[in-house]
Design a binder for this molecule. Structure first.
Ligand code: SF4
Length: 217
Protein backbone atom coordinates (compact mmCIF):
# COMPACT_ATOMS: atom_id res chain seq x y z
CA UNK A 1 0.00 0.00 0.00
CA UNK A 2 1.46 3.33 -1.07
CA UNK A 3 1.95 5.63 1.95
CA UNK A 4 -0.33 8.66 1.93
CA UNK A 5 2.61 11.08 1.91
CA UNK A 6 4.56 9.49 -0.97
CA UNK A 7 3.14 11.51 -3.92
CA UNK A 8 3.56 14.77 -1.99
CA UNK A 9 7.18 13.86 -1.28
CA UNK A 10 7.72 13.24 -4.98
CA UNK A 11 5.97 16.52 -5.86
CA UNK A 12 8.16 18.50 -3.45
CA UNK A 13 11.31 16.77 -4.72
CA UNK A 14 10.55 17.42 -8.39
CA UNK A 15 9.44 21.00 -7.76
CA UNK A 16 12.66 21.73 -5.88
CA UNK A 17 14.69 20.16 -8.70
CA UNK A 18 12.94 21.61 -11.75
CA UNK A 19 10.92 24.58 -10.50
CA UNK A 20 7.36 25.46 -11.59
CA UNK A 21 6.66 24.35 -15.17
CA UNK A 22 4.06 27.06 -15.96
CA UNK A 23 1.71 24.70 -17.77
CA UNK A 24 -0.27 24.63 -19.96
CA UNK A 25 1.80 26.58 -22.52
CA UNK A 26 -1.15 28.44 -24.09
CA UNK A 27 -2.45 32.02 -23.98
CA UNK A 28 -6.14 31.27 -24.39
CA UNK A 29 -8.60 28.50 -23.55
CA UNK A 30 -9.25 27.57 -27.21
CA UNK A 31 -5.49 27.44 -27.79
CA UNK A 32 -5.11 25.11 -24.80
CA UNK A 33 -7.89 22.82 -26.02
CA UNK A 34 -6.58 22.70 -29.59
CA UNK A 35 -3.06 22.04 -28.29
CA UNK A 36 -4.37 19.14 -26.20
CA UNK A 37 -5.96 17.60 -29.29
CA UNK A 38 -2.90 18.10 -31.50
CA UNK A 39 -0.32 16.80 -29.02
CA UNK A 40 -1.86 13.31 -29.02
CA UNK A 41 0.75 10.72 -30.07
CA UNK A 42 3.34 13.33 -30.89
CA UNK A 43 5.99 15.55 -29.31
CA UNK A 44 4.94 18.99 -28.12
CA UNK A 45 7.30 20.73 -30.56
CA UNK A 46 5.30 19.42 -33.54
CA UNK A 47 1.97 20.25 -31.92
CA UNK A 48 3.20 23.73 -31.06
CA UNK A 49 4.23 24.39 -34.65
CA UNK A 50 0.77 23.33 -35.81
CA UNK A 51 -0.84 25.61 -33.21
CA UNK A 52 1.23 28.57 -34.43
CA UNK A 53 0.26 27.86 -38.05
CA UNK A 54 -3.41 27.84 -37.06
CA UNK A 55 -2.85 31.13 -35.27
CA UNK A 56 -1.21 32.71 -38.32
CA UNK A 57 -4.21 31.57 -40.38
CA UNK A 58 -6.56 33.23 -37.88
CA UNK A 59 -8.11 29.90 -36.84
CA UNK A 60 -6.90 29.52 -33.28
CA UNK A 61 -9.56 31.43 -31.37
CA UNK A 62 -12.28 31.22 -33.98
CA UNK A 63 -14.31 28.01 -33.87
CA UNK A 64 -16.77 29.13 -36.59
CA UNK A 65 -13.95 30.02 -38.99
CA UNK A 66 -12.27 26.72 -38.20
CA UNK A 67 -15.51 24.87 -39.02
CA UNK A 68 -15.74 26.72 -42.34
CA UNK A 69 -12.19 25.78 -43.33
CA UNK A 70 -11.92 22.85 -45.78
CA UNK A 71 -10.29 19.64 -44.59
CA UNK A 72 -7.41 19.99 -47.06
CA UNK A 73 -6.48 23.44 -45.75
CA UNK A 74 -6.82 22.39 -42.13
CA UNK A 75 -4.78 19.25 -42.72
CA UNK A 76 -2.01 21.21 -44.39
CA UNK A 77 -1.88 23.69 -41.51
CA UNK A 78 -1.64 21.05 -38.80
CA UNK A 79 0.71 18.74 -40.72
CA UNK A 80 3.62 19.37 -38.26
CA UNK A 81 1.57 17.67 -35.52
CA UNK A 82 1.61 14.36 -37.43
CA UNK A 83 -1.36 12.08 -38.21
CA UNK A 84 -2.80 15.20 -39.80
CA UNK A 85 -5.80 13.52 -41.49
CA UNK A 86 -6.91 11.90 -38.25
CA UNK A 87 -6.31 15.12 -36.31
CA UNK A 88 -8.21 17.19 -38.88
CA UNK A 89 -11.26 15.02 -38.15
CA UNK A 90 -10.75 15.38 -34.41
CA UNK A 91 -10.33 19.15 -34.64
CA UNK A 92 -13.50 19.40 -36.70
CA UNK A 93 -15.41 17.18 -34.26
CA UNK A 94 -14.29 19.38 -31.38
CA UNK A 95 -15.26 22.56 -33.23
CA UNK A 96 -18.71 21.03 -33.88
CA UNK A 97 -18.93 20.18 -30.18
CA UNK A 98 -18.11 23.80 -29.27
CA UNK A 99 -20.91 24.96 -31.58
CA UNK A 100 -23.40 23.21 -29.30
CA UNK A 101 -22.22 25.60 -26.55
CA UNK A 102 -22.39 28.65 -28.79
CA UNK A 103 -18.58 28.52 -29.19
CA UNK A 104 -18.42 29.77 -25.62
CA UNK A 105 -16.11 27.80 -23.34
CA UNK A 106 -17.54 29.62 -20.29
CA UNK A 107 -20.88 27.96 -21.11
CA UNK A 108 -19.18 24.59 -21.52
CA UNK A 109 -17.35 25.04 -18.24
CA UNK A 110 -20.65 25.81 -16.53
CA UNK A 111 -21.14 22.04 -16.36
CA UNK A 112 -20.20 20.25 -13.13
CA UNK A 113 -16.91 18.33 -13.36
CA UNK A 114 -18.43 14.86 -13.82
CA UNK A 115 -20.84 15.97 -16.56
CA UNK A 116 -18.14 18.06 -18.23
CA UNK A 117 -15.78 15.08 -18.33
CA UNK A 118 -18.48 12.83 -19.82
CA UNK A 119 -19.31 15.47 -22.44
CA UNK A 120 -15.66 15.81 -23.44
CA UNK A 121 -15.20 12.03 -23.58
CA UNK A 122 -18.18 11.77 -25.93
CA UNK A 123 -16.38 13.90 -28.55
CA UNK A 124 -14.71 11.90 -31.32
CA UNK A 125 -10.98 11.62 -30.62
CA UNK A 126 -11.08 12.80 -27.01
CA UNK A 127 -9.77 10.17 -24.61
CA UNK A 128 -9.26 10.33 -20.87
CA UNK A 129 -5.86 12.03 -21.03
CA UNK A 130 -7.10 14.79 -23.34
CA UNK A 131 -10.35 15.28 -21.44
CA UNK A 132 -8.52 15.49 -18.12
CA UNK A 133 -5.93 17.92 -19.52
CA UNK A 134 -8.77 20.22 -20.61
CA UNK A 135 -10.47 19.80 -17.23
CA UNK A 136 -7.32 20.60 -15.29
CA UNK A 137 -5.59 23.27 -17.37
CA UNK A 138 -8.48 25.01 -19.14
CA UNK A 139 -11.43 24.52 -16.77
CA UNK A 140 -9.25 24.64 -13.61
CA UNK A 141 -10.81 21.52 -12.11
CA UNK A 142 -8.89 19.43 -9.56
CA UNK A 143 -8.23 16.53 -11.93
CA UNK A 144 -4.93 14.68 -12.29
CA UNK A 145 -3.80 13.89 -15.83
CA UNK A 146 -2.23 10.48 -16.36
CA UNK A 147 0.08 9.62 -19.23
CA UNK A 148 2.70 7.03 -20.16
CA UNK A 149 5.33 9.02 -18.24
CA UNK A 150 3.24 8.82 -15.05
CA UNK A 151 2.99 5.06 -15.44
CA UNK A 152 6.71 4.65 -16.11
CA UNK A 153 7.80 6.72 -13.11
CA UNK A 154 5.26 5.23 -10.70
CA UNK A 155 6.23 1.72 -11.77
CA UNK A 156 9.94 2.40 -11.27
CA UNK A 157 9.22 3.82 -7.83
CA UNK A 158 7.44 0.56 -7.01
CA UNK A 159 4.05 2.25 -6.71
CA UNK A 160 2.16 0.28 -9.36
CA UNK A 161 2.33 -2.55 -11.86
CA UNK A 162 4.00 -1.93 -15.20
CA UNK A 163 0.67 -1.98 -17.00
CA UNK A 164 -1.41 -0.14 -14.41
CA UNK A 165 -4.57 1.35 -15.88
CA UNK A 166 -5.44 5.01 -16.27
CA UNK A 167 -8.10 5.13 -13.55
CA UNK A 168 -5.94 3.21 -11.07
CA UNK A 169 -3.02 5.62 -11.52
CA UNK A 170 -5.26 8.66 -11.36
CA UNK A 171 -6.73 7.52 -8.05
CA UNK A 172 -3.32 6.47 -6.70
CA UNK A 173 -1.94 10.00 -7.09
CA UNK A 174 -4.99 12.26 -6.79
CA UNK A 175 -6.32 10.59 -3.64
CA UNK A 176 -3.03 11.36 -1.86
CA UNK A 177 -2.69 15.00 -2.91
CA UNK A 178 -4.84 18.06 -2.13
CA UNK A 179 -7.78 18.44 -4.55
CA UNK A 180 -6.36 21.61 -6.12
CA UNK A 181 -6.20 22.15 -9.88
CA UNK A 182 -2.96 24.14 -9.69
CA UNK A 183 -1.15 21.49 -7.64
CA UNK A 184 -2.42 18.53 -9.66
CA UNK A 185 -1.58 20.33 -12.90
CA UNK A 186 1.91 21.09 -11.61
CA UNK A 187 2.37 17.44 -10.58
CA UNK A 188 1.60 16.24 -14.09
CA UNK A 189 3.91 18.83 -15.63
CA UNK A 190 6.73 17.91 -13.21
CA UNK A 191 6.38 14.21 -14.01
CA UNK A 192 6.66 15.01 -17.73
CA UNK A 193 9.79 17.05 -17.07
CA UNK A 194 11.28 14.27 -14.95
CA UNK A 195 10.56 11.67 -17.63
CA UNK A 196 12.36 13.82 -20.19
CA UNK A 197 15.37 14.73 -18.09
CA UNK A 198 16.07 11.59 -16.06
CA UNK A 199 13.40 8.90 -16.03
CA UNK A 200 13.64 8.28 -19.77
CA UNK A 201 12.91 4.98 -21.53
CA UNK A 202 16.52 4.18 -20.60
CA UNK A 203 16.74 5.93 -17.25
CA UNK A 204 19.53 8.38 -16.54
CA UNK A 205 19.76 7.68 -12.80
CA UNK A 206 23.03 9.55 -12.27
CA UNK A 207 22.10 12.92 -10.82
CA UNK A 208 18.40 12.00 -10.51
CA UNK A 209 16.83 14.12 -7.76
CA UNK A 210 14.56 11.29 -6.56
CA UNK A 211 16.86 9.95 -3.87
CA UNK A 212 14.22 7.58 -2.52
CA UNK A 213 13.79 5.67 -5.81
CA UNK A 214 14.49 1.94 -5.20
CA UNK A 215 16.22 1.71 -8.59
CA UNK A 216 18.74 4.39 -7.81
CA UNK A 217 22.27 3.00 -7.92
S1 SF4 B 1 16.57 6.87 -9.99
FE1 SF4 B 1 16.39 6.32 -12.16
S2 SF4 B 1 14.55 5.00 -12.30
FE2 SF4 B 1 14.47 6.12 -10.32
S3 SF4 B 1 13.24 7.95 -10.71
FE3 SF4 B 1 15.39 8.50 -11.01
S4 SF4 B 1 15.79 8.20 -13.21
FE4 SF4 B 1 13.88 7.12 -12.70
Amino acid sequence: MLPIEAPRRLFDTLLAAYGPRHWWPARTVPEMMIGALLVQNTAWTGAERAVRRLEEAGLLNAWARLRATPDETLGELIRPAGFFRVKTGRLRAFADFMATFGDDHARLFGLPTGALRLSLLAVHGVGKETADAILCYAAQRPVFVVDAYTRRICHRLGWCAEKAGYDELQTLIASRLPAEAALLGEMHALLVEHAKRHCRARPVCAGCPVGFCPLRH
